[in-house]
Design a protein around this ligand. Structure first.
Ligand code: M6R
Length: 366
């Protein structure tokens, strides 16, 4: 059942190219220029009436929501909040009838996310669920549903669910942008074309495994690690950090690179592993200056940079080269080496990779 892999997590990491393909299938027009969501029978009027979006989720799904916010805001200019479900449900959120609630949950059963869904429906808001499980509570109770089609995810650590959630957010943002006319058709066609390349690029991103494995083995006895990045790279840093903590039990923190000097720099000491995500070209100069700061404190820096990068390499100890796509789509290829890092660190420490201590796959209690 593990298809020749030692753990479900490794199998699911490797299933990502196919999962991404399955998520895209049937959602792109024949001419390859538009998004089609047959599951959303939204007319122009409804699409135009949305004046804010609240994305509500837990854990990795919340991290996907952070990328979703950036993507939706960029393409549609609709203001988006991303909320942690266990906070949101008790926070008496400020919404109007034109606030769209998007809940995102792989399992479709997470207690806090479901409570938020029910509360917002009761208030009369329209709720869209993004979920992986057909027939789940979220799929049954939401007004609209977008499935991620990742296939069953067995490992507690979420991998292919996250990448397919990202794909759904890209498609959804494009769909809204087309309906609301906030993007020219060439931009939309270019992003759609780039999305179609992602299964192949995810495959290439998996080729980082040997470097990542070596790094993980070398640093497996460390008790702390830092992930830094700016913009979308920061959102993915949060996910990389959670994954490492969850299955390797190494304490990790993700920092918006520019925040380091506001309190944390004292923790960057000799030999500490810092994973620096450096894909956002418009922020690169700033990220590099943050990398130089941690290098000055003798951290060991592993960077994730584009394959054609010429700037990052000279400032770091080791580079993982990512297959080129739009900066905007970077999270899909960047997260894969980070998943592998958590995986190999967990294996090196002799942990139960698929069933980390004290965690359940689906958190159905508060
Ligand atoms: O099924 P959900 O997406 O609602 O689950 C939310 C979180 O419990 C989940 O993403 C958790 O953070 C993962 N185990 C992280 O790998």
């Amino acid at each position: 059942e593990k298809g020749g892999y030692e753990h479900f997590m490794l199998k699911e990491i490797h299933e990502q190219p196919k999962a991404i393909q399955d998520t895209l299938t049937g959602r792109i027009s024949e001419d390859g220029k538009h998004v089609v969501f047959n599951e959303l029978d939204w007319d122009q009027n409804y699409a135009n009436s949305i004046n804010q979006i609240h994305i509500v989720a837990c854990g990795t799904s919340w991290h996907a929501g952070l990328v979703g916010k950036a993507v939706i805001e960029k393409l549609t200019r609709i203001p988006v909040n991303v909320e942690i479900a266990s906070e949101y449900r008790y926070a008496d959120p400020i919404v109007s009838k034109d606030t769209l609630i998007v809940v995102i949950t792989q399992s479709g059963e997470t207690a806090d996310t479901m409570a938020a869904l029910r509360e917002m429906k009761k208030r009369g808001n329209r709720v869209l669920a993004i979920t992986n499980v057909v027939g789940s509570s979220a799929a049954r109770e939401a007004d609209d549903v977008l499935f991620t089609w990742a296939g069953p995810e067995i490992s507690v650590a979420s991998t292919k669910a996250y990448t397919t959630q990202l794909i759904v957010f890209y498609l959804f943002a494009l769909f809204l942008a087309e309906k609301r006319n906030t993007c020219d058709s060439q931009t939309i066609a270019d992003i759609v074309a780039a999305l179609r390349q992602l299964p192949e690029l995810a495959e290439k991103s998996l080729e980082s495994a040997p470097i990542v494995q070596q790094f993980a083995q070398q640093y497996a006895d460390k008790e702390d690690a830092f992930f830094i990045g700016r913009g979308l790279d920061f959102s993915v840093s949060l996910e990389g950090s959670l994954k490492l903590k969850e299955i390797s039990y190494i304490h990790a923190e993700a920092y918006a690179a520019g925040e380091l000097k506001h309190g944390t720099l004292a923790l960057i000491v000799e030999g500490i592993p810092v994973i620096a995500l450096a894909t956002q070209t418009h922020l690169l100069e700033k990220t590099i200056s943050n990398i130089v700061e941690v290098k000055a404190r003798d951290a060991f820096v592993l960077a994730l940079a584009w394959e054609d990068d010429t700037q990052v390499e000279s400032t770091v100890d080791e580079v993982i080269r990512l297959p080129r796509t739009l900066d905007f789509l970077a999270p899909v290829v960047t997260v894969i080496p980070l998943q592998l890092l958590a995986y190999y660190a967990s294996v090196a420490r002799g942990n139960d990779v698929d069933k980390p201590r004290n965690l359940a796959k689906s958190v159905t209690v508060e």
